[in-house]
Design a protein around this ligand. Sequence first.
Ligand code: HEC
Ligand SMILES: [Cu+2]
Length: 399
Amino acid sequence: MMHLLSKIAVTAPSLLAQTEAPAAESRELTGTFWLPEAASTSAEATDFAFMAITWLSYVFFVGIVIALVYFVLKYRQRGNQVVYQADAPLHNTPLEVGWTVLPLLLVVAIFFMGFKGFLDLSTPPRNAYEINVTAYQWGWSFKYPNGATSSHLVVPAAQPVKLVMRSSDVLHSLYIPDFRVKKDVVPGRYSYLWFQCDEPTGIVPEDEMATTATGHHLFCTEYCGTDHSNMNRKVFVLAEADFEQWEEEQARWLDKVSDEELYSFAGPRIYSKCANCHSIDGSANTGPSWGNPTSGSLAGLGEIWKRTVEGSTPVTGGTKGRPGTTLADYIGSGKLYETPEDYIRASIYNPGEILVGGFGPNMPHFRGQLGDRAIDAVIGMMKNLDQFDAAGKFVGTGG
Ligand code: HEC
Ligand SMILES: [Cu+2]
């Protein structure tokens, strides 16, 4: 079966086939010396405030330094006699009122510029298109009204977009420099961010982890742990019709994958959400490797399916932690999990139930993000791990 997934109209030559090690991203520097490209409708006002304050600072700096040097030279002490001029002016009222009132007016103007910008930025228009954002260590999950999810942000052009943001672990902060917007994402709290971008950027790479020169940068700008820098993503802006089509495809892509291709095709796409923490080649990471480690502290913790079936995984604690030292104490009829599949599914929906020995409760849950078919795809991938390379690419039985 051919995949027609996400093959939406693109403005640049297709990067979809980019499968080799990602080439170094060449970044075209747009914008001005001071600021990156201004790509949102609110950017102009922000840039105006920035440039106004910058130029005011130049003018005052230069003016004050010139006056200072002039007075230092003119009134320097000559010889060692101090001469008092009886009729020298004591003060100059117009001058003093002037240098008090003028800066006051300027500062008040700056305040109103900033305050108006603050109000505009913190009041999303009522008709804004809502996208839910979950920040986690270390990535983003964007969820659209029709149930589609993505790890890059995709938005419709020429329409206000409101992000409803929350964190599933620590403090993060979402920052899109080209849109001049930034807001903290705080655990246990919702925060909003809105923007409107009129220029479509096109292209959404099918491989969500692929690098592309298109799109606006999106960063986490609150240091949130070791792999903070892995939270860099892109914002793709699509013309309305393209966006609707993308959203449709994105919501239904899994249903369209045939059963035979479920783990080989869908598996790697879902694994891209897990790759930050779970390696396939056995190398050490935040979570237990799925593959077969040959060395390191994770030795014996690879080949996830094999050890799950054997129940040989050492376990410690967790919310369902009972006396038990290996998975075998938890899997089997009448035990906490009937089958190994049940355990894997529970590990994805409620990661904290029991913990793999040596690892902490650091996995975000994927409830509401991965449905039954997605779980089937992941389990299929785990069962056939030898058919994938270290990057999670399907290479088949021959490879
Ligand atoms: C932020 C890091 C992180 C991400 C992302 C992550 N995990 Fe985990 N995962 C962990 C950690 C840490 C553990 C070990 C602690 C535990 O058992 O909950 C774990 C444990 C597991 C287990 C039990 C493992 C075993 O060896 O018995 C499974 C299954 C699992 N993860 C699946 C997934 C899947 C599927 C994804 C992606 C959809 C994923 N994880 C994404 C960190 C992560
Ligand atoms: Cu972060």
